[in-house]
Design a protein around this ligand. Structure first.
Ligand SMILES: N[C@@H](CCC(=O)N[C@@H](CS)C(=O)NCC(=O)O)C(=O)O
Length: 199
């Protein structure tokens, strides 16, 4: 049995969405507490994540943590719905690249913009948000999804993140990005996931 360790309105929410897309049986274990930026909260001793964060996934005795690892693990384990190209598929390279890009470039880019850090180009392993969004825009112009014509788990990661940033000074929305977010959010699995959000 797959168990998603979830705390409402955190990065774990998108894995309810992915699990709903995958259609496999799973259960949600609610993480009772996480640390908050204002110093409140704390670590739930029942949360298996090594830093007490959300999300974590258990597959029997196997523990998986880090969002991109969880996405890859789940789509490899449950390939039948085609949510992640498997080894041998020509789109596999793009798939693992976007997964790594999410954790290694997109999140650091937005966090450094939020913190107003000036990125030393050539030294930092990531680039500024305008470069990130230019690549994403160019990719989606060929789209409609990051892997082309087929929706995948990377669209869950990127689409839900863009939705969260929409309306904040960090994120310059465009009709193309709005349409992409809407395309991802209009999926029935997203609505089912929302219904389970506070599980
Ligand atoms: N790199 C991790 C980040 C997970 C993360 O930071 N989650 C936040 C909630 S959205 C959290 O649990 N914060 C509590 C803490 O940092 O202790 C991932 O993508 O899974």
């Amino acid at each position: 049995m797959l168990t998603l360790y979830h705390h409402p309105r955190t990065r774990s929410s998108r894995f309810i969405f992915l699990l709903e897309e995958l259609g496999a049986p799973y259960e949600i274990h609610r993480i009772a507490n996480i640390r908050r930026p204002d110093g409140s909260g704390g670590v739930d001793p029942e949360n298996p994540h090594p830093h007490g964060k959300s999300p974590a996934l258990k597959d029997g005795d196997v523990l998986v943590w880090e969002s991109t690892a969880i996405a890859l693990y789940l789509t490899d384990k449950l390939p039948q719905n085609g949510l992640g190209p498997v080894v041998g598929d020509p789109r596999r390279g793009a798939y693992v690249s976007w997964l790594a890009y999410y954790a290694g470039v997109l999140e650091p880019a937005f966090m450094s913009a939020y913190m107003k850090w000036d990125i030393p180009r050539g030294t930092a392993g990531w680039v500024k948000t305008d470069e990130v969004m230019a690549l994403i825009t160019a990719t989606l112009e060929k789209g409609p999804y990051l892997l082309g014509d087929k929706f995948s788990a990377v669209d869950i990661l990127f689409g839900t993140t863009f939705k969260m940033f929409t309306g904040t000074p960090l994120f310059q929305t465009t009709p193309l990005l709005d349409a992409y977010v809407e395309r991802v959010m209009s999926r029935p699995a997203y609505a089912r996931a929302q219904a389970k959000e506070n599980a």
